[in-house]
Design a protein around this ligand. Structure first.
Ligand code: ATP
Ligand code: MG
Ligand code: MG
Ligand code: MG
Length: 439
């Protein structure tokens, strides 16, 4: 992409109403525009990152054997009346009526609808196990939408639902989700720690929230510092292997790590004092096994191998796709701007032409651009007739991993400058060597 032809409405001034760094940088870098409280347009740069995150989430879900589909944002109220949640859900639910006076709602989540799909088609244990998921906009009329996309009212979520014959199978689905989430967050360049969460009115131990540690997080968390040493890495995983998946769960959840909702001082006191940590965290996902709550109330049943008709065991599993942009920026930035992890960066490399219109500089930039594109990367070429200072500030703000700076003086010696956004280190290299380093 050439910046002269792109739409990147960068702002110099810090927006007054943005309280946290990710919100400020997303506004300043022209990634989002607020249209109403907690409702945003995704401008091209923000949209690009959102799509990259979505792509990674899709890949990891499908690697785990989960099947994508797409349900609508608007739902009929009847389904929620069946489950009993239409009245229970409260003011976070946006209720709408259509021209015929039918009660509708903008979905805050999809347990009811997916259960309805399931019961419409599946009636035998032979079709299980089954996990369906989608990535779709949700609406929750949050009391205090704030921090930009972190707590929006309209937000983008991956939500998946497993259907299993037995509790044991459903807990394997739970473990599969835990493993796939660990992989997903690591690919996004994040450490997200699974923490024991509150099962709510349904109760049970089978729910974990994934938290990214950050001062601006809304949850208070308590953990054994050993949990921060764990990483999934590039280990091979067989998602059908129950023992292996259970092993990962135990490895990642056996140490103390809880949010304020489930925090237990007596248990925490058993952790050696020097390892006891209190911090703040951002909830970027949650997994949940809830048994037959919806399958009972909505009649999602299958015939088992013994001929008995039984309600299926279910769980739901969510990732806050749009919130993740904020979480990544909170975890990866400096005072000049965002520092994108390689996996989600909107462009791979910036090219800054210090003297637009200079024949040699223009030609060198063009050939760098072609070489990077030829290698399958997306460069962002700042070909505007602007001062170098402004071009550098834009590059630092939007946080691409690499910048190649091209000027007539360097070119006389056959070199360009390659700068790493993360380390700030620059080196002079031939254009070919710079490209080789980026790819
Ligand atoms: P929170 O505690 O932050 O209100 P939640 O527990 O209500 O979140 P879940 O129902 O667990 O949310 O939804 C799954 C994921 O969706 C959350 O882990 C979070 O990452 C994301 N999410 C929830 N609410 C919002 C929101 N208002 N804006 C952006 N993302 C959200
Ligand atoms: Mg909530
Ligand atoms: Mg929560
Ligand atoms: Mg939650």
């Amino acid at each position: 992409m050439r910046l002269s032809r792109y739409f990147l409405p960068v702002m110099k001034d810090t927006p007054a109403d943005a309280q946290i760094v990710s919100h400020r940088y997303m506004l300043r870098a022209g990634m989002i525009r607020q249209q109403a409280a907690g409702i945003y347009s995704w401008l091209p740069l923000g949209f690009k990152v959102l799509k990259r995150i979505e792509e990674i989430v899709h890949e990891e879900q499908q690697r785990a054997g989960h099947i994508p589909l797409l349900m609508p944002t608007l739902q009929p109220a009847d389904l929620w009346q069946e489950s009993g949640r239409y009245d229970d859900y409260g003011e976070e639910m946006l209720r709408i009526s259509d021209r015929h006076g039918r009660d509708m709602l903008y979905g805050p989540t999809n347990e009811e609808m997916i259960t309805d799909i399931f019961r419409g088609y599946v009636s035998s244990y032979k079709d299980l196990p089954l996990t369906l998921y989608h990535i779709q906009w949700k609406f929750r009329d949050e009391r205090r939408p704030r921090f930009g996309v972190m707590r929006g009212r309209e937000f983008y979520m991956k939500d998946g639902y497993n259907f299993d014959l037995t509790k044991e199978d459903a807990l394997h689905a739970y473990n599969r989700h835990l493993v796939s989430y660990l992989r997903t967050y690591e690919r996004l360049g994040l450490q997200a720690i699974p923490m024991r969460a509150d099962g709510g009115p349904i109760g049970g131990d089978y729910t974990h929230e994934f938290l990214v540690l950050a001062e601006t997080g809304e949850s208070e968390v308590f953990y054994d510092s050993e949990v921060t040493d764990l990483s999934f890495g590039d280990r091979e995983i067989d998602y059908d292997d129950k023992v292996q998946c259970q092993g990962v769960l135990e490895e990642f959840t056996s140490r103390y790590a809880r949010t304020d909702e489930t925090h237990d001082e007596a248990e925490f006191a058993k952790v050696p004092e020097e390892r006891r940590k209190t911090a703040r965290g951002i909830e970027v996902g949650q997994i949940f096994y809830f048994g037959t709550k919806y399958s009972e109330s909505m009649g999602a049943k299958v015939q088992g191998p013994d001929g008995q008709v039984v309600p299926v065991h279910m769980g739901s599993h969510g990732i806050g796709v749009s919130r993740l942009l904020g979480a990544i920026i909170e975890a990866s930035h400096d005072d000049k701007g965002i520092i994108w992890p390689e996996g989600v960066t909107p462009f791979h490399c910036g090219i800054v032409n210090l003297r637009q219109g200079d024949e040699a500089a223009d030609a060198a930039c063009e050939s760098l651009y072609a070489a990077l594109e030829g290698a399958g990367l997306e460069p962002l070429y700042d070909d505007r007739d602007e001062r170098a200072g402004g071009k550098f500030a834009t590059q630092d703000l939007i946080g691409l991993p690499w910048r190649i700076t091209v000027g007539p003086r360097g070119l006389k010696n056959g070199v360009v400058e390659l700068t790493s956004r993360r380390t700030g280190e620059s080196e002079e290299l031939t254009p070919e060597a710079a490209v080789a380093k980026v790819i």
